[in-house]
Design a protein around this ligand. Sequence first.
Ligand code: ADP
Ligand code: ZN
Ligand code: ZN
Length: 733
Amino acid sequence: MIYQVAVPTPLDQVFDYLPPETWMPYPLAVGMRVLVPFGGRVLGGLIVAIQEESDCPPEKLRAIRAVLDKTPLFNTEELALLQWVSRYYHYPLGEVLDAALPSLLRSGKTERVKKPSQRVYSLSPQAREFTLETLPLKKNTVQHRICSLLWEYSEALSREAILQQIPNTASNLSKLVGAGWLIEEVRERKESLETFPQDTPPELNPDQLAAVTKIINSLDKFFPCVLDGVTGSGKTEVYLQVIAEVLAQQRQALVLVPEINLTPQMLQRFRQRFPVNIAVLHSQISAPLRLQAWRAAQSGAAQIVIGTRSAVWTSFANLGVIVVDEEHDLSYKQQDSLRYSARDVAMVRAQRANIPIILGSATPCLETLYNAQQGRYTHLSLPERAGSAAHPSVKIVDMRQQPRQLLSKTLFQAIKQRLAEKQQVLLFMNRRGYAPTLTCYHCGWVAHCLACSANLTYHAQPARLECHHCGVVRKLDIVCPECQHTELHFLGRGTERIEEDLQVLFPESRILRIDSDSTRQKQKMQGFIEQIHAGEADILIGTQMLAKGHHFPQVTLVGVLNCDGGLFNVDFRGSEHLAQMLVQVSGRAGREAVAGEVILQTYHPEHALFQHLLQQGYPAFAEIALQERREANLPPYGYLALLRTEAENFEKAVAVLQAAKTELNIFSDIELWGPVRAPMEKRAHFYRAQLLLQSVRRDALHQGLRTVMPELRKLANAQKVRFSLDIDPLDLL
Ligand code: ADP
Ligand code: ZN
Ligand code: ZN
């Protein structure tokens, strides 16, 4: 027998090996990891095929050194999917497999079953002397709720389980321990079921019912559908009821979510509904827990997997449905090494597994809408908000009519009014730091990053200049390095400066700034969310971190301080992303009893995007945007691939792309644009160039790439040029 093994090397091929020389107590199978001699090294690899013969001369064949698994890590269907991924993204199979595995199984590591531990809480004997009613804690407070949860549960609950039931309670847990009401212990983490009082599902509204029925009737086949509904229209409820049926049929569900900070909310709803084992997979989960979750999905012990992008690689015993929540979200695309789209991989996975896949969004991406129009996906829509909340009203404010300042009169008045009514206000500004530019008024000098073609951003806390592209941090210049003048000025505003301005404008208000700087420490975000829910903040100023998915019932006014960023973006997806962002931020307003209000500030109120989006809604915007894409043969009417290079000088970076162009020129169905300097020419000392490939035929594009990629990889390697290929790029930056 000859074993074909994929090893993680840049060479896009598999290698033949003889069976191990030692006796094996069990047969080798496709999908098992092995150690093999490779050049002078020993590498971990995966058996992808078993054959009778090899093209390799027998004297050259070497034997497998060791076998790492007793059972395959992927079944044949999953392996076939990974092979498809390797072909589609033109990425070596060995490296695809490595990327798909949990880190503890990567690169030929032996699986060590380390027992993960967890913190567990129970009521102290002191607390047990009381009853729930006589416990000297204020009723309806978070602390009281934690105790009552434990009272109901009677034994002990893990920290994770408590946080899932009552989110954002981390600090209260420590307080309860400190006060002697709770006992904290570290115990071995078991895959035990922690069952909770079950939530009864609400009766579905007619649109939800129609959606659920259609999907449930198609559980035994590939059924791609778009669940198109504004925030709060009840999409999650549809997922839950479909999954209930899938679980009833003894099958598993995969739920992909975009952001890490979305997972706890989603998870809580799932926990309250289903008394089953739910595995969670995202980058903040420790490696041993990830492996445990992965194994649980593979064995079937976990019936539901909820996770971010990389959860799409999970091996399942019997997958029955895939949900991609907020399918338009950019975080589904990996932006380095294997540049895959988890949504697209999930689609192919569902097709190969013959199961339904639900793409949920209030703002489906144009590709998805197009597929629905073409009848490839079933379009299910939820036009109304579930429950009582009404659609928010949206107002555009022309900033040209305003003296140059942060807040227009309209927004200022609206904030004042909401604050007077004790409601919360969310202000949105997609720029962190204090000011994006530091300049000298005397000679015009601007603080630049020496490594990138970009300005340095001034941050006040702590005072520093920071490059948002390479991360370099510099001390603040006090005198101009060019002319020694001391009059240095900050231009523009980021969230830190806005926070400062707001404090002056609304001195009585409690202002909370939420961006990646203020939430860098673990648990910080949790704490903020807790504060917002408890009504301990009046004005929230944040970046896009706040735009997505959160449910803040007391926020009734949303202000977008400057929405012009995306209007004249060089990128062809700029307007799509802006439109999606605006709809998403608006979705944060007035999700409960009080009607919401959204105010957008712009210097270009006449821009067609606002007209279409606000007067006719996202579908009308999408219709026109699709028309523009059609005229330019852009996705979904054409297909793109972007070759990028980075080198110590431009000439080198361009030379490799020029070679690519020469090779690709013979393919008449591929249009080539470039090579050109990348929009961001220099990053972290490297000069960047790119070559865009465009074709109206996907197969032609891939055919061309298949022919030239192996040569190009070698050339780039030899020239010491960093080289990457981005299939279906989301941005051309
Ligand atoms: P989405 O996922 O589209 O944002 P959700 O499923 O989270 O919407 O629903 C929004 C709110 O409405 C939630 O609080 C949910 O519990 C509630 N809800 C959803 N469907 C119904 C229904 N059929 N009846 C009553 N309430 C519902
Ligand atoms: Zn100067
Ligand atoms: Zn830089």
